[in-house]
Design a protein around this ligand. Sequence first.
Ligand SMILES: CC(C)(COP(=O)(O)OP(=O)(O)OC[C@H]1O[C@@H](n2cnc3c(N)ncnc32)[C@H](O)[C@@H]1OP(=O)(O)O)[C@@H](O)C(=O)NCCC(=O)NCCS
Length: 183
Amino acid sequence: MEKEDEDYLFTLAQDADSYLNSWNSLPTPPGTAQAKSMYEEMSKALLNAVVCLPASTKPEADGTTALAKPTPIGTVILGSRDAMRANNRAGFLGITIEDQYQGQGYGSEVINWVLDFGFRYMNLHRVELQTFGSNLGAIRLYERLGFVHEGRRRETTFREGEYVDSVVMGILEGEWRRSRGIS
Ligand SMILES: CC(C)(COP(=O)(O)OP(=O)(O)OC[C@H]1O[C@@H](n2cnc3c(N)ncnc32)[C@H](O)[C@@H]1OP(=O)(O)O)[C@@H](O)C(=O)NCCC(=O)NCCS
């Protein structure tokens, strides 16, 4: 992630529902300070990226073709919660796809790519994530990608007038290998 991506993080933070689900924040109007702290948090990760649709060539009026810029549609991080215990080889995943791009397979593709990177290149043993118990669509997606329910922290977060649970899910390297048919 480049410093210029901080601007995109500010844009992403305007997408209230996605932002609140991803960052467990209060629904206050996002400012550039929030984008800066998101950027700093992401910069500490093993892998952090703005997810983009590829640049494409588009015809200009004069008959030439110009390369349009990649279109940012979300962010992903693969972090390490405890840098002092790198021997545990555990990472955590965080992902946001912008509202208008959800449900089109991008999240699945990104998560598969990150798991591949984590297990095959970073030599991780497990990847975990945490989501709200109310985020049923995301939980279904994680289950489909092979994440296993590992625990539920009850009523951790007050949102829209009620307390919601936090759900912890994880996938081990062996499970990932078996489910993808990798020896
Ligand atoms: C969760 C998220 C990353 C999934 O990415 P995506 O690109 O929408 O996922 P895909 O298109 O690959 O897969 C669609 C599946 O995602 C799930 N999903 C979760 N939120 C969804 C949404 N808002 N719209 C559509 N599908 C959603 C559904 O289970 C769907 O599967 P289904 O066909 O069984 O209904 C994305 O919806 C998102 O960023 N949501 C807001 C932020 C968030 O909740 N982040 C996760 C915090 S742990």
